[in-house]
Design a protein around this ligand. Structure first.
Ligand SMILES: [Zn+2]
Length: 46
């Protein structure tokens, strides 16, 4: 279970990171999508 949770957290982090790199809006301020992805990442870490 721990491994699965860590994998999900890492996957969510990579998705969030990939968005922040591609999203022009996130270069200045995190957009709604980035906030949602960041929340999903934090949820997966628990
Ligand atoms: Zn964004």
């Amino acid at each position: 279970m721990t491994t699965k949770t860590a994998t999900n957290a890492e996957a969510a982090y990579k998705i969030w990171l990939g968005h922040t790199i591609q999203c022009a809006a996130c270069r200045t301020t995190p957009c709604v999508t980035a906030l949602r992805l960041g929340r999903a990442w934090r949820e997966a870490r628990r």
